[in-house]
Design a protein around this ligand. Structure first.
Ligand code: XMP
Length: 512
């Protein structure tokens, strides 16, 4: 296996992802647990992540001695490179100019790890993000590639199999980065290429069993992919110790509630408590127009309903959640233990403390597309696995102004037509998210010989990798015209359709 020693970079899990893509098993540990992990796991090779600190500061984390004592190949990235250089007797200084973003390196020497990837004399694009840089190399090291801002952009001691890069090979903006990481883990560290989603499924199941023991687990289903995959995995691990709870807040898309219930009860035979709480949610939302007030009310009511249902089935010791890596910003505190900040617009945030439940989060290190792959591995239907993300507060944040049952019904109908047309055009999988929004604006129209005075529907469709940034999907005008005609003709209550051309930033994906 490969051990990834984390110095607190925001993209450490991207290194793990690249290693998994090379079919090699890996684990991430914070730097202060490296010694214990190396002794326990006996890795074939070690990758050192970047980090926010500067090795030139006294309090900065040093390279744990166990890393070099392990006698296995090491690749240090950014801060990891600098920590390596310092530990081996080289010198790191604050660079004259900080370097962020795209840079070009020139390859100046040959080294086996780069065979078939980069050759001397070539120039290649990499992505840099650093202030400090290596000034003097430790003994045994040679420069393999250099950039304007980083004369030691790529350094190697091939005899000891120690490598360092100033750039970030783990990010997509370094086009050859994935190949470089693969060459390190496969050709240099010679880690076995036996990782697959099937083996991940098995190790996760064992980990869930070890964590949960004979305890009872409860899992809130949102109707989305993440919670469904988490629930199916936990069910495989602990069977009847798991009960799923599906709170229908009345803000789901068309037929969504039935689909979830059918999938879990009929297809998987997983114990499921489904509650129709739509009346409670919709009456509470009456008169609420402020987006944050809507979100807060829905979040709180969700927790109340969930807790009541959990009480009815006798409570639970664990709460299973489909938290993904992009939901978790994990940072390493240099003073002591790791501090975990969760950026969470998750529905059930707040529940674990209130009900004193421990969290089971088997998808924590995965990215969305990996969760989809795991869902397929678990046999979830393709139509479910490939679904676009859907926000916890549901349609409420797609109805600016007051949310009523009537508005939800109108929106559900328009949204279903929009998605049906996108699917029929074969575009669904090229789009990150597509949905309709019902505006609190009425406009005048003419239908037949009569005047209409109805609401406006906005259509949104974006492409994105992770939901953090998004581009507008460029439909053919004829396609949008056809959908607009269908919606106005078929949905009572809407007489005008507009398309949202705002990217994120400056817009957000959802309207509220
Ligand atoms: P924004 O609107 O912030 O959305 O650009 C980014 C992504 O997050 C989803 N989203 C949510 N997901 N609970 C969720 O589970 C929420 O409260 C929530 N709000 C937004 C949104 O659909 C998009 O995919």
């Amino acid at each position: 296996m490969i051990l990834i020693v984390d110095f607190g970079s925001q993209v450490t899990q991207l290194i793990a992802r690249r290693v998994r893509e090379a079919h090699v098993y890996c684990e991430v540990v914070p730097f202060f647990r490296a010694a214990e992990a190396i002794a326990r796991l006996r890795p074939h090779g070690i990758l050192l992540s970047g980090g926010p600190a500067s090795v030139t500061e006294a309090a900065a984390p040093a390279l744990p001695p166990a890393v070099l004592e392990a006698g296995v190949p090491v690749l240090g990235i950014c801060y990891g490179q600098q920590a390596l250089v310092q530990a081996l007797g080289g010198e790191v200084q604050a660079g004259p100019a900080r370097e962020f973003g795209r840079a070009e390196v020139e390859v100046v020497a040959e080294v086996p790890i780069l065979e078939g990837i980069w050759a001397p004399g070539e120039r290649h694009v990499v992505w840099m993000s650093h202030g400090d840089r290596v000034e003097r190399l430790p003994e045994g090291f040679a420069v393999i590639a250099r950039s304007e801002g980083a004369p030691h952009a790529f350094i190697a001691d091939p005899a000891r199999q120690i490598y360092g890069v100033q750039f970030h090979p783990e990010v997509a903006h370094t086009p050859d980065g994935a190949r470089l990481i693969e060459a390190f883990v496969r050709d240099i560290a010679r880690a076995p290429a036996d990782w697959s989603m099937a083996s991940f499924r098995q190790t996760r199941i064992e980990a869930i069993r070890a964590q949960v023991g004979a305890g009872r687990v409860i899992c809130g289903l949102s109707g989305g992919v993440d919670s469904a995959v988490a629930a199916v995995l936990v069910h495989e691990a602990v069977g009847a110790q798991l009960t799923c709870v599906f709170v229908d807040h009345g803000l789901m898309r068309l037929h969504e509630a039935e689909q979830v219930t059918r999938l879990f009860r009929d297809h998987y035979n997983i114990p499921l408590v489904a509650v129709d709480a739509s009346e409670r949610f919709l009456s509470g939302l009456a008169g609420v127009t402020d987006p944050e007030a809507k979100r807060k009310f829905i979040g709180k009511t969700f927790i109340d309903v969930f807790e009541e249902e959990a009480g009815r089935i006798g409570g639970a010791d664990f709460l299973a959640q489909g938290t993904l890596y992009p939901d978790v910003i994990e940072s390493v505190s240099f003073a002591g233990g790791p501090s975990v900040t969760i950026k969470s617009h998750h529905n059930v945030g707040g529940l674990p403390e209130r009900m004193q439940m421990a969290l089971v989060e088997p998808l924590r290190e995965l990215f969305k597309d990996e969760v989809r792959a795991l869902g397929r591995e678990l046999g979830l239907p393709e139509a479910f696995v490939g679904r676009h993300p859907f926000p916890g507060p549901g349609l409420a944040i797609r109805i600016p102004g007051e949310v009523t049952r009537e508005a939800c019904d109108i929106l559900r109908h328009a949204d279903a037509i929009w998605l049906e047309e996108i699917r029929a055009a074969g575009l669904y999988d090229s789009i990150w998210q597509a949905f309709a929004v019902l505006l609190p604006v009425r406009t005048v129209g003419v239908m037949g010989d009569g005047r209409t005075y109805d609401r406006v529907c906005a259509l949104r469709a974006v492409t994105s990798v992770d939901g953090m940034t998004a581009d507008v999907f460029p439909f053919e005008p004829a396609f949008l015209q056809r959908v607009a005609t269908r919606i106005v003709n078929e949905v009572r209550g809407i007489n005008r359709v507009v398309y949202d051309y705002t990217s994120k930033p400056p817009g957000t994906i959802e309207w509220e």
